[in-house]
Design a protein around this ligand. Structure first.
Ligand code: ATP
Length: 236
C-alpha cells in the first residue's frame, strides 16, 4: 500500500533521517519507536510532503509515485497526517474542525458518511459538536484531530506521538480508539515514545535511532526484544 524508501532529511548540515524505509500494508497498525530527537517527526513530515527529502527517496502510495509531491497531493493520494501539535483550530467548534477536514477532493463525495462514521466512533465528539475546541480536554482535542484527519477519507492515518501529554487513562482510551479506527478498514502509521501501549495495539514496528532504522519486527517480537525492553520499556 505505502512504500517509503531511502528517505534522508538534512536540516542544514544536520542529518535528521538517513536512508530510512518503511512499508505499510492494508489494514495494519505500524509503530515507529524512537527517543526524543531520533527523527520520528521529520520522517512523518517527509512522507507527508511537509519537509523535503533528499534526492534518491521514493514514496509510492497504492502504485502512485508521490515522491517530493506537495502536502495537498499526498492527502489526495490517501495519506492523512495528524501532526504533533494536532493541527486543529482552537477557536472553531468540533463540527467546524471536522468539516474543514473534508476539503480534499477525494473526501467530498462521501462527506456525510464519513462524518457519521467518525461521530459513531467518537461519541464524545457527537455530544460536543458545538463546543469550541479550545475548551476541550487534551484527550478530546486529540480525538478532534484524528476525526479531522479521517474526514479526508484516507487509506492511511499517520499520527505523530498522539499520546503526548495525555494522562494514563486518556492514553488507554486513545489507543483503544486507534484499534477501532483500524476496524473501519484503515491502516495506521504512528510514531511514539510510549512503547508499551503502542506495541500492544500494533501489528508491526520499526526502531529509529539517531535517524537510522535499527530494527523491525512484529509488535509481539519487539515487545519481547531485550534492546527494546531496555530502551523503551524501562527494563534492565
Ligand atoms: P521528539 O520525540 O522529541 O519529537 P523526534 O524523534 O520527532 O523527536 P525530530 O523532531 O524529527 O525528532 O528531530 C530530529 C532532529 O532534527 C533533532 O535533532 C532536531 O533538533 C532536529 N530538527 C528538527 N526540526 C528541525 C528544524 N526545523 N531545523 C533544524 N533542526 C531540526
Amino acid at each position: 500500500m505505502l512504500e517509503a524508501k531511502n528517505i534522508s532529511v538534512f536540516y542544514g548540515r544536520h542529518r535528521a533521517v538517513e536512508s530510512a524505509s518503511v512499508e505499510i500494508r492494508q489494514n495494519e497498525i505500524v509503530v515507529m519507536l524512537g527517543a526524543n530527537g531520533a527523527g520520528k517527526s521529520t520522517f512523518l513530515r517527509a512522507i507527508g510532503g511537509l519537509t523535503p527529502a533528499m534526492k534518491g527517496a521514493s514514496v509510492v502510495m497504492d502504485g502512485v509515485n508521490i515522491t517530493h509531491r506537495p502536502a495537498h497531493e499526498v492527502v489526495e493520494s490517501g495519506i492523512a497526517l495528524v501532526p504533533e501539535d494536532r493541527g486543529i483550530f482552537a477557536d472553531l467548534t468540533v463540527m467546524e474542525n471536522l468539516q474543514l477536514g473534508a476539503h480534499p477532493k477525494r473526501a467530498r463525495a462521501h462527506e456525510k458518511e464519513n462524518l457519521d462514521r467518525i461521530l459513531t466512533l467518537f461519541p464524545r465528539l457527537a455530544e460536543r459538536r458545538k463546543q469550541a475546541v479550545r475548551t476541550m480536554s487534551g484527550g478530546e482535542r486529540q480525538m478532534v484531530a484524528i476525526g479531522r484527519a479521517m474526514m479526508s477519507a484516507p487509506s492511511i492515518l499517520m499520527l505523530d506521538e498522539p499520546s503526548l501529554g495525555l494522562s494514563p487513562l486518556l492514553c488507554s482510551e486513545l489507543f483503544r480508539s486507534l484499534t477501532a479506527v483500524k476496524e473501519t478498514g484503515m491502516s495506521i502509521f504512528l510514531v511514539e515514545q510510549n512503547a508499551k501501549q503502542s506495541l500492544a495495539i500494533a501489528d508491526r514496528g520499526y526502531l529509529l535511532d539517531n535517524g537510522h532504522i535499527t530494527g523491525s519486527d512484529t509488535a509481539e517480537a519487539l515487545a519481547k526484544d531485550e534492546t527494546v525492553q531496555k530502551a523503551y520499556l524501562g527494563a534492565g
